[in-house]
Design a protein around this ligand. Sequence first.
Ligand SMILES: *Cc1c(COP(=O)(O)O)cnc(C)c1O
Length: 470
Amino acid sequence: MSEPTPKTMGQQFGRRSWAEPWKIKMVEPLAVTTREQREKALQEAGYNTFLLKSEDVYIDLLTDSGTSAMSDRQWAGLMLGDEAYAGSRNFYRLEAAIQKVYGYKYIVPTHQGRGAEHLISQAVIKKGQIVPGNMYFTTTRLHQELAGGIFQDVIIDEAHDPANLHPFKGNVDLDKVQAIIDKHGAENIAYISVAGTVNMAGGQPISMANIKALRALCDRYGVKIYLDATRMMENAFFIQQREEGYAEKSIAEIVREFCSYTDAAWMSAKKDNLVNIGGWLAVNDWELFEELRNLVVVYEGLHTYGGLAGRDMEAMAIGIEESVDDQHIRSRVGQVLYLGELLLHWGIPIVQPIGGHAIFLDAKAFYPHLKQVEFPAQTLAAELYLDSGIRSMERGIVSAGRDPKTGDHYYPKLELTRLTIPRRVYTQAHMDVVAEAVKAVYDARESTRGLKMVYEPKYLRFFQARFERL
Ligand SMILES: *Cc1c(COP(=O)(O)O)cnc(C)c1O
């Protein structure tokens, strides 16, 4: 294939300067703190960035979920909320936007992504069925398991290697799918769970060729393909940049084509769709739609609002139209690439290729002198906050938790600190500040000491654990 390598991708941004395709109409002042203040705030937060108060944070890269900036059109749309209990006009606007952009027939709104995952898992999965997927996502897999499904990872092996430069590390390994069909029979597969840009693999895309081939394989056995469309726009951008035959196609065309190879989708609109809350389900099968419409009234709300206010659906409809704009997505992913390439230029170890929504710092390579039980990624997140008030997230041994059988920590291969970029919130100047902060922390790496855990909650400990300096 004649795809540019990920390394050269960002150069198109380097040849001539580029800028964010929006200007700022309203500002939210940021807290600029002193090192002394940050030292105090971090101690009070037990060296855990989840426990920091937002007002003590300067640049907040904890997550891109629900943190997007809405446009003036979206804010204006809030005023058009039709808060009727049934048949709100904003629902029909949302339905039309999803049909147009993603191409599915029937739409069910939900309060956020996991609401949609809950409904579709309950509607489709029979106890004991296998759900093959291109790597798991936390809430997705949990809902599949709660419905009695058994998740099996079918992503290509390259996805598990942070240094592998494969341009489509989100691809499904068709041999792994075939093996599951051969072993268990197609009737024991609930559906194939495909995610556009795989979050847990570092925001890595799946190619059009791969989804087409998967469609052909599944058609032979009558197996359905359902899409986690949460970051599908970012995936479409990577197809446009890297896959032969797509350079001249618009993001809108690529998204429509990709979705046409799938049977249904669920969505966390808090990501790609540029709203602070919302989600949806979209299917082509009438009977499945009827079942989902039955379930939504039990768990979310009436099928024309699904747990959302009318105004939220209006903002989402507008956000969907904006999210598919080529200039928007080029700038969104371009900002991530810009930051990543600055760091690479300085020799700072990050997961490659650079993904669509975040930079993952390799904390093991940062702090080779720290043992994994001294929490290198947690330490790195703490040091970054101390240096500049930048908030990041640990994705390493703390997030991995403990083995319930032995009581020992899980020791994940990847010990990462994630810098997640919210959409349309920060400028390139903020990216420069972030890169310089990471470099400062990197330069001081040899004298950095690790942490010890002094409080550990029983479940999902990374949210509330507390630490002290060693
Ligand atoms: C965030 C996310 C979800 C869950 O959506 P929520 O809106 O947080 O409930 C599902 N899948 C992926 C890939 C996500 O990133």
